[in-house]
Write a protein that binds this ligand. Structure first.
Ligand code: NAP
Length: 342
């Protein structure tokens, strides 16, 4: 019997796996213009936490309904029946009907701002699940954030927070591959060892081991030019203090804030943006789909050359998706967090 993970109640404070339940549903029946997909992998993303509130932030993707299918989460799978032109059974595709094992997916409909519209994947380049990581939304977010939003320039010193995570590990490596000095931060000594040893960053620190600003200054005594912000809050505050003149912040996310019950106060040193001619720009990877081909070309070449690492934390079984999200938000995963459905 097909299954879906659904939200049972809106979590308050720290998320618990039993805020969700798994329900049996009838096999979806594709209509004209749709394909039936058997999902094999689905994504676990911090942004899901934002959408578990009763109301999502204005302008963002909508909140998930209670006891409703969780539309708008990336998945990859295999087409088992196609009523859509351009797709055949056996095709490997991505789409946004994740956290379930079967989905009827419309072709051509925009999803997650066109980022996740039904798309056939070339598994000769990389296995299907790599399209939920470096070759997909994570890669695009890191790529657009660094090159378009932060407008990375020759000689820039870059700090990436949550550097052992899905987006952070890619952004940090992309900057290294373009010849930059890159500092990473993460929440455990093991993650710091990973970003130094496996990703080859120039310096890294564990933000739980001391004042962030002090550790950042020690790693970048002359300051930084670009901050790729995955965390917000205290991390953004530290960046504002350490950024050099004309520095840029690509505000990718604010994972330190997602489990708060009420909005966090902004950084109390925002005047540094005036003092140092700084640019702070938020962005959604899904607004840069015109860069998907560039990103996939570069990332595929880096993967082929063996110079880009992509670590994954894989949990087995659809029913484990909620627990995987809880673990990820608590810092218990490394690299891209994925659910292997079957
Ligand atoms: N703008 C976009 O289009 C877009 C797209 C994808 C993701 N994002 C954002 O990018 C960020 C990273 O997402 P991801 O998918 O790559 O997740 P991830 O980094 O793989 O996982 C989230 C990590 O955040 C860290 N974290 C949790 N609470 C924290 C806190 N209070 N302070 C510092 N770090 C904390 C944890 O690592 P530690 O052990 O290091 O604490 C955790 O493992 C998130 O903010 C997400 O919302 C934005």
């Amino acid at each position: 019997m097909p299954r879906q993970v659904r939200l049972r109640r809106h979590p308050v404070g720290a998320l618990a796996a039993d805020d969700f339940h798994v329900v049996d549903v009838p096999m979806p029946e594709p209509r004209d213009g749709e394909v039936l997909v058997r999902n094999t992998w689905t994504s676990v993303d911090p942004a899901i936490r934002i959408r578990l509130a009763a109301v999502a932030p204005a302008g963002y993707f909508p909140a998930f309904g209670l006891d409703a299918p969780m539309d708008g989460i990336m998945a990859v799978g295999e087409v088992v029946e196609s009523l859509a032109v351009g797709f055949e059974s056996g095709d490997t595709v991505w789409h946004t009907y994740g956290w379930r094992d079967y989905a009827a997916v419309p072709a051509g409909a925009g999803a997650l701002g066109a980022l996740g519209s039904l798309r056939r994947l070339d598994t000769a380049v990389a296995p299907a699940h790599a399209y939920l990581g470096p070759l997909g939304p994570m890669g695009l977010t890191a790529y657009a954030g660094l090159f378009d939003v932060a407008e990375l320039c020759a000689g820039d010193v870059v700090w990436v927070s949550a550097a052992a995570g899905a987006v952070g590990s890619l952004a940090a490596q992309f900057a290294k591959l373009r010849g930059h000095t890159v500092i990473g931060s993460a929440g455990s000594d093991d993650k710091v060892a990973f970003v130094l040893g496996e990703l080859g960053l120039d310096a890294a620190f564990n933000y739980k081991r001391g004042a962030i600003e002090d550790q950042l200054r020690a790693a970048a005594p002359d300051g930084i030019d670009v901050y790729f912000d995955n965390v917000g809050g205290d991390h953004l505050r530290a960046a504002l203090s350490v950024l050099r003149r004309w520095g840029r912040v690509a505000i990718c996310g604010a994972v330190s804030q997602y489990e708060r019950d009420r909005p966090a106060p902004g950084p109390d040193n925002l005047f540094q943006a005036v003092a140092n001619d700084l640019t702070l720009r938020g962005f959604r990877g899904s607004s840069y789909t015109d860069r998907m081909d560039d990103m996939q070309r570069d990332v595929a070449a880096w993967l082929r050359a063996g110079v880009l690492r992509h670590r994954e934390t894989v949990v087995e079984g659809l029913e484990q998706a909620p627990e995987a999200l809880v673990r990820m938000l608590a810092g218990g995963t490394i690299g891209k967090t994925l659910v292997h459905i079957a």
